[in-house]
Design a protein around this ligand. Structure first.
Ligand SMILES: C[S@@+](CC[C@H](N)C(=O)[O-])C[C@H]1O[C@@H](n2cnc3c(N)ncnc32)[C@H](O)[C@@H]1O
Length: 251
């Protein structure tokens, strides 16, 4: 039998070089976006944003899906919104939901800086703002990247507000759900002492405020199970980056 878990690289140095090579052989992101990403990396909580290599993957995915309308839950300083904006093109539209007004404002300034004109940010708790959304046209892709404890509720809301046959709905039939960090450094699948990340988690939780809690791993497990078991969704959990859950709405 072919192994499901081949050792891809022999150590982190090799892995880093291989990923750098892979990134250099993947379609390049526009220069203003790369500049903006570099700027964010100099600011506080820089690790919240996706990497440029993940951005290349998400942009590719959105284009394969023919996405024109993207909803993003968790905007931070707007880098991933800019990536979706690039992927959907000038005729497309990106709507972001962000809890903190200061990040929403930073994102809007960022959009101006890089010339993004088709992205907007709605400020508020996405548990409420998602529930209140009533778009004229359904989204083609919904990116979930806010607080992990909210993931099960976000999924439940998306499904409830995307009733088969309904005129107005959140996600179109065939639309994609893309959820970031669903493996949390592998801990969602392996919290044992074999995983060196287990020892770091408690310290990260105490620094993380409300964004990172000791309930997060259970919430992510609940989300992954719900996505996998939902009859209306075809799913693939991709163990790249911090784990990306992919679901396609079938109805
Ligand atoms: C991981 S960051 C998003 C990173 C962004 N997608 C990127 O790649 O650049 C998560 C963001 O979600 C926001 N957030 C956390 N809880 C939220 C909530 N309940 N509603 C809306 N946004 C929330 C945080 O303020 C933070 O800006």
């Amino acid at each position: 039998m072919k192994a499901n878990a081949p050792t891809l690289f022999s150590n982190i140095k090799v892995a880093t070089r291989v990923i750098e090579y892979a990134a250099s052989k993947s379609s390049v992101l526009p220069e203003p976006l790369l500049k903006y990403h570099a700027q964010i990396l100099e600011l506080e909580r820089a690790n919240l944003t996706i990497s440029t290599y993940q951005a290349q993957a998400l942009s590719f995915l959105a284009q394969v899906a023919g996405a024109r309308r993207v909803l993003e839950i968790g905007v931070f300083r707007g880098f991933s919104s800019m990536v979706w904006s690039h992927a959907v093109g000038p005729q497309g539209k990106v709507t972001g939901l962000e809890f903190l007004p200061e990040y929403a404002e930073a994102a809007r300034k960022g959009f101006e800086q890089v010339g993004v004109t088709n992205a907007e940010v709605i400020v508020g708790d996405a548990i409420e703002t998602l529930d209140a959304l009533d778009p004229d046209e359904p989204y083609d892709l919904i990116f979930i990247d806010a607080q992990k404890s909210g993931y099960p509720t976000y999924l439940e809301t998306i499904l409830r507000k995307s009733t088969p046959g309904a005129d107005r709905r959140l996600l179109r039939p065939g639309g994609l759900i893309v959820a970031d960090n669903v493996l949390r450094r592998g801990l969602v699948a392996d919290e044992s002492s074999d995983n060196p990340e287990a020892a770091k988690e408690a310290a990260l939780i105490s620094e993380g405020g409300s964004y990172r809690t000791d309930k997060d791993l259970d919430a992510l497990r609940q989300f992954n199970t719900a996505l996998a078991e939902e009859k209306r969704i075809d799913t693939w959990l991709m163990p790249l980056y911090d784990g990306v859950g992919l679901g396609r709405l079938l109805d």
